[in-house]
Design a protein around this ligand. Sequence first.
Ligand SMILES: NC(=O)c1ccc[n+]([C@@H]2O[C@H](COP(=O)([O-])OP(=O)(O)OC[C@H]3O[C@@H](n4cnc5c(N)ncnc54)[C@H](OP(=O)(O)O)[C@@H]3O)[C@@H](O)[C@H]2O)c1
Length: 339
Amino acid sequence: MTKIEMNNKYWVMRSMPEGSNFSECFELKTENYIELPKGSILTKNIYLSMDAGTRMIMTDREDSYLPPTPIGEKITGTVLSEVVESENPNYLPGQKIRSWGQWADYSIIDPDTMFPSLVDDSEIDLVNYVGILGANGWTAYVGVTETGRAKKGDTFVVSAAAGCTGLLVGQIAKIIGCKVIGIAGTDEKCNLICNDFGFDGAINYKKEEVSNRLKDLCPEGINVYCDHVGGPIAEAVYENMALFGTIAISGLLDYYSSSKRSPGPKNYDLILMKRLRVEGFFSPDFYHREKEFNPILKNWVNENKIKLPFQITKSLEKLPEAYLKLFEGGNIGKVVVEL
Ligand SMILES: NC(=O)c1ccc[n+]([C@@H]2O[C@H](COP(=O)([O-])OP(=O)(O)OC[C@H]3O[C@@H](n4cnc5c(N)ncnc54)[C@H](OP(=O)(O)O)[C@@H]3O)[C@@H](O)[C@H]2O)c1
């Protein structure tokens, strides 16, 4: 363990959030030295990725895909950062990496458990490595092509469609040749996904009756649904699935703030009646495939087939406001905090 004297501000939870009261539950603390364990890397954070899925580990659920974030400990998430000290010969000062890290000025990274990956920002802005060229891009790619098994001519629906992952999912489904309908929470988002991102239709779930609108927009039935929310939106989609359709479950935003399990769709029987395939998928299971995914995604960026807006908050202190956007619908595209 090496002791390094330095000032480091970092976020902890003083209590588990209820709903979205992040500014009450998060606390910014300062330490004046850090201890770098043997074999670890110390990095200066440049971007902190705000990811809706991290909300689930801010509950006391023990059966989620990751363990709960302990009260009082540094909050973790994906970061883009530059190596400043290294006890590991594979990572050298000055190199930029994407990895799990801490919501802080600096991250301490254990290379064996925190998925560090060197990134090259000579030809593309660094921030893309937490967008199209990061877990959101890979999730969207796998969700459409592998879990969703979408093919040309399919009718494809995605929820949280104007958020980071949803926008990428919709654009990839268009590249494959699907008819794509997005579900989002404002008219502005619905207009944008159709006019700027090539979606074929959109439904404002806060204003419109989703099941009826899906009937109008997809009378042929839905072949693939990429679910980001669960709840009543998913139930409305189940009603409109085609026979032998696929539900690729990427996220369940409707339940993330609850410490209890979701009740599941009330029309569960439709899985049998319509012979649906329902499958969940989780990006850490395919992080190791970065070298396979990123050339494909980079080509699509260069061919102007896929793009992603960023909503950048330029201050560690304002992190709770940035994070809140994901749960109150305040974002279009990817939310990041820049330090
Ligand atoms: N499986 C994986 O490995 C993986 C990886 C990355 C992301 N994801 C999933 O992808 C989804 C989106 O995550 P993200 O980080 O990219 O966030 P995001 O989509 O950029 O932001 C979340 C958006 O979801 C919408 N939303 C929030 N609560 C909702 C609710 N209860 N019902 C309907 N819509 C709601 C909001 O927009 P509007 O309400 O205004 O539409 C908000 O802007 C999450 O479910 C996340 O878990 C999964």
